[in-house]
Ligand binder design. Structure first.
Ligand SMILES: *Cc1c(COP(=O)(O)O)cnc(C)c1O
Length: 386
């Protein structure tokens, strides 16, 4: 096969899910975030996550919810975005739990005359300033309105803007959430969920939360904060952190979490051609790379059509055990890599995976972690392995 392909290891997804659940048994519920077509892994991933113990999922479109239903016909699915008026019946048919993000939206759903029996989760905006209620009286009113309707208030949630690693926003959002829900009895609400993966790994459980949401960690990335390491500079940083923690009464940060996660996605291709280039010749578009010596290039079938964007801050690929740099500009479907005598035409090339961690990939491409997974996962053929 000369095309590049994304490989998704389903057993790793399953193991990640069960590793998280056994590491954090203090939660009653775990909501797997599967927006972005399962962060680029494809909806088939839901079955593996379910097998690993995830019993609730959250999507950001009806299309995604439909795709989940092909694998899991009755697992609860939280729809994170306000359902369109025209799609309420469809949402009911799909058996969705509705995320309710403002009073207008709630009224719109309540005014629907068909006798659906939606479960609802109220979204609170405790400082992110995206979706969600921002007024405690309105929140109380919304809770009462749902209580007096045929619907059930099953959950209450909010989303963090920051990881809370020695910034005060995280704690402010927790305080604000408690304030905004102070007129409501949170203990009567079955699912209260405040955090995402990084707060799960990086902080102790939030007292009012009994459920957690997570994305990246399930797909195999330990995004918890690391410790600084040794040296006098890092000692000073650690002291500074302690000082801030005391001064602003910050939640404890948990570093170097030991949890058995393995990335499920890798991205691979084969070499199209090996090419000798003489010292002084130019390579690729805009002749922006001039060979500083005689060299061999491997031409690869990957480019921005495959989610390998233009930005290139010293990108490498892995062939065998070694890393080789991409040289010249990345084209739509091809790029060139400077190789050596250890490489032959049939070798497998790894663009993401093994030694090329997602973090490394992101640093060299200027992408965020989830952004990179989506770019690669959604723009290539996927092969699933068990
Ligand atoms: C994307 C998303 C998450 C998951 O975030 P991760 O950082 O991938 O764990 C959780 N909650 C909401 C509302 C989200 O939109």
């Amino acid at each position: 096969m000369t095309d590049s392909y994304v490989q998704i290891d389903l057993s790793k997804l399953k193991n990640n899910a069960s590793a998280i659940i056994s590491k954090y048994p203090e939660y009653e519920g775990y909501i797997g975030i599967i927006k972005g077509d399962c962060y680029g892994h494809g909806m088939r991933a839901v079955q593996a996550l379910y097998d690993g113990g995830i019993r609730y999922f959250a999507v950001s479109s009806l299309e995604e919810a439909k795709n989940v239903r092909e694998y899991l016909s009755d697992v609860p699915i939280l729809y994170l975005e306000p359902v369109d008026k025209a799609c309420i019946d469809e949402a009911a048919q799909l058996g969705l739990t509705l995320g309710i993000s403002d009073m207008e939206h709630l009224k719109c759903v309540l005014s629907n005359k068909t006798a659906h029996c939606f479960k609802m989760h109220l979204q609170i905006d405790a400082g992110f300033n995206r979706l969600g209620f921002k007024d405690k009286y309105e929140i109380k009113q919304a809770v009462d309105m749902i209580g007096n309707s045929q619907y059930t208030l099953e959950g209450m949630y909010q989303h963090f803007a920051t990881a809370g690693i020695f910034d005060v926003h995280y704690d402010n959002q927790i305080r604000r959430f408690k304030e905004l829900t102070s007129l409501v009895d949170l203990l009567k609400i079955p699912m209260v969920h405040l955090g995402s993966g990084v707060s799960l790994l990086g902080h102790p459980k939030i007292d009012v939360a009994n459920t957690t949401r997570m994305g990246l960690v399930m797909y195999g990335y330990n995004i918890g904060p690391e410790s600084y390491g040794g040296g006098i500079k890092n000692k000073i940083r650690t002291l500074r952190d302690k000082y801030y923690q005391k001064k602003y009464n910050l939640t404890e940060t948990i570093r170097d979490v030991n949890i058995d996660l393995a990335p499920a996605m890798s991205y691979k291709c084969r070499i199209l051609q090996l090419k000798d280039v003489a010292c002084g010749e130019y390579v690729g578009y805009n002749a922006s790379y001039k060979a500083p010596s005689d060299m061999t290039l491997a031409i690869l079938p990957i480019g921005y059509n495959n989610g390998i964007g233009h930005a290139n801050y010293g990108r490498v690929v892995q062939i065998g055990d070694k890393l080789y740099p991409i040289v010249g500009e990345i084209g739509m479907n091809m790029c060139a890599v400077k190789v050596d005598g250890d490489v032959s035409i049939d070798d497998e090339v790894t663009i993401l995976g093994d030694k090329i961690t997602l973090g490394r990939f992101c640093r060299s491409s200027g992408m965020g972690l989830a952004e990179a997974l989506l770019n690669i996962g959604k723009n290539n053929n996927r092969i699933y392995v068990e």
